[in-house]
Design a protein around this ligand. Structure first.
Ligand code: OXD
Ligand code: MN
Length: 584
């Protein structure tokens, strides 16, 4: 009798009509076979074998370079289940409409069946997914980003416990591009794009959108968060999970080379994008990184901003849409140094500065996590790592100080729910516009975000030891428009203050928005920063916050009566604290 997997694959093949079906085994030889196919297709190139062994550059279709949120849908019977921040389609209507696009989409192509595990092979928190795809690029990327092939088949056995994902490149026309999620069936359909966030279905589609629904039902959390360990003098490591919107430096923070290394503070990487968290037997929330690789934004990454990843990228890396030097090395803006002569841009054209950036602003590297010199010894710990602090953050030129600590869990959930950031190139759309992005989950929550806030509040009650919640902003600017904080390895100074607060130390002053470091509370030795810059970085400006309160109120009003009362309460309390400040 056919297993549930075989039945599903058969059904997918009946619809898409591939010439052949290949079950992937996850071997290195299979990866090389995929690379061969890509090389032959002419859109992928071998990089310098001496300086970048086993590295390749893939160029995507020019209209397929980022996530397409306007083409991403949550398909639930009731529109309210998807909520006001998600695009919605009725499941039957979606299947009818997009099923027609899948019909025969793989004719002349091979259907690859990619069983994969999100999470370490032996972790009880891990879960199995199966993606069928007609893209060798997707298979190769899944090889780096997940534990795929035989290991996943073994874990699955004959059980039906897997999240199916049907993917086809279709004709790559954005008019026929859809990324559909059916949370009630735990099913994903994606057609018309080969871009990572749209096509590697284990990542955003499963590990965030579908998993967030499962997590709420089952009492755990699936979050758009990096996981890092901060080692203090003496060797104790404290783990923190942090949510920032896409392309706000999560990877760089998770892999930071600490500016306080000589004082014994070091950062270890557990994950750079996604955290699955469960309450452990010890009463703490434990996090695993469900991914096996990093799919990071290349531009802006260099020896100054992320030396660990620069070392990691020197082998076994699949680059997408970066530029190519005459020496056949990858290149992007911010890699360090002036652009070398004779480059080919991300579109495959000879490059000159008047042609705009040589690498696409959302060009990426896909690299095995284990290659990072900063990888934590615990990164595959089956039980995960205990989280001692949550950090929210975004890009704000004004308003949010460098760091502040919320008063309690409920207030911290409000801080996360009203998070905002200036947009970047990780998704198609205008760059530099401020948008609310609660917990950095706006594009990734698989259900009504009002209920998601409710789930966070509920978890606060269920976790025997809920931890402190902080907010950071590395991107505050002075009146001259320049960043006030140097960022990168210096961010460890902020992590150190967070650690001290978690341990009941760390000098702070109370403000209406929470506890902000006292100037004496931050370790600033060895850092050149003026007193005025520091004052501005830590300043809570009531006029800015008046606008902020108004803007967040408008955002929250979208959720109507479904918004948890506690969130409204926190908004009112924040407003009142500012009023007291003015009248005091
Ligand atoms: C990512 C994203 O690729 O958030 O991680 O867009
Ligand atoms: Mn992300």
């Amino acid at each position: 009798m056919a297993t549930p997997l075989e039945s599903w694959v058969e059904e997918a093949a009946k619809l898409t009509k591939p010439d052949r079906v290949v079950y992937c085994d996850g071997s290195a030889a299979e990866y090389q076979r995929m690379i061969e196919l890509l090389l032959r297709a002419g859109d992928t190139f071998t990089l310098n074998e001496k300086t970048y062994p086993n590295c390749y550059l893939h160029r995507s279709t020019v209209n397929d370079v980022a996530r397409t949120e306007h083409l991403t849908f949550i398909c639930t019977p009731d529109k309210d289940e998807a909520g006001p921040t998600n695009n919605w389609m009725d499941p039957d209507a979606a299947k009818h409409k997009v099923g027609a696009l899948f019909d025969g989409a793989m004719r002349g192509r091979t259907m690859y069946v990619v069983p994969y595990i999100m999470g370490a092979v032996s972790s009880p928190i891990s879960k199995v997914g199966v993606e069928v795809t007609d893209s060798p690029y997707v298979v190769a990327s899944m090889y780096i980003m997940s534990r795929m092939g035989n290991v996943a088949m073994e874990r699955l056995g004959s059980s039906g416990e897997f999240v199916p994902g049907l993917h086809s490149l279709g004709d790559l026309d954005p008019l026929r591009r859809y990324i559909l999620h059916f949370p009630n069936e735990r099913l994903i359909w994606s057609i018309g794009s080969g871009y990572g966030g749209n096509a590697l279905l284990g990542k955003k589609c499963f590990a965030l959108r579908i998993a967030s629904v499962m997590a709420r039902e089952q009492g755990w959390m699936a979050e758009h968060m990096l996981i890092l360990g901060l080692e203090a003098p003496g060797g104790k490591v404290t783990y923190m999970a942090a949510a920032f919107p896409s392309a706000c430096g999560k990877t760089n923070l998770a892999m930071m080379v600490s500016a306080l290394q000589s004082q014994g503070y070091r950062v270890w990487t557990v994950g750079d994008d996604i955290a699955w968290m469960r309450i452990g037997d010890d009463g703490y929330l434990h996090a695993i990184n469900p991914e096996a690789g990093f799919f990071g934004v290349a531009p802006g990454t260099g020896m100054l901003t992320n030396p660990n990843v620069m070392e990691a990228l020197r082998k076994n890396t699949l680059f997408t849409n970066v530029a190519l030097t005459a020496e056949h090395e990858p290149w992007w803006e911010g890699i360090g140094g002036p652009p070398p002569a004779g480059m080919i841009n991300w579109k495959g054209e000879p490059w000159e500065p008047s042609k705009g950036p040589a690498a696409h602003p959302n060009s990426r590297y896909t690299v095995p996590a284990l290659q990072s010199p900063s990888i934590s010894q615990k990164w595959e710990a089956p039980e995960g790592v205990p989280i001692s602090a949550f950090i929210f953050g975004g890009r704000r030129a004004r308003v949010a100080p460098l760091v502040y600590e919320s008063f309690d869990w409920q207030h911290g959930v409000f801080v996360g729910a009203t998070m905002a950031s200036e947009t970047t190139a990780a998704a198609t759309g205008d760059v530099g516009v401020t948008r609310r992005d609660p917990m950095a989950m706006l594009p990734f929550c698989g259900y009504n975000m009002a209920d998601y806030f409710g789930h966070w509040l509920e978890m606060g009650k269920r976790i025997p030891h809920p931890r402190k919640i902080f907010h950071v902003n590395w991107f505050r600017k002075g009146a001259d428009g320049k960043f006030l904080w140097p960022g990168y390895g210096e961010n460890v100074r902020v992590l150190k203050w967070i650690l001290e607060r978690v341990e009941g130390r760390g000098a702070a002053q109370e403000t209406p928005i929470g506890y902000v470091p006292a100037k004496s509370g931050l370790t600033l030795d060895g850092l050149k920063i003026s007193d005025e810059a520091l004052n501005e970085l830590l300043r809570v400006n009531p006029a800015d916050w008046e606008n902020e309160l108004e803007d967040s109120k408008q955002f929250l009003s979208k959720f109507g009566a479904r918004l948890p009362q506690e969130i409204c309460e926190e908004h009112a309390k924040l407003s009142k604290r500012f009023q007291h400040l003015v009248t005091a």
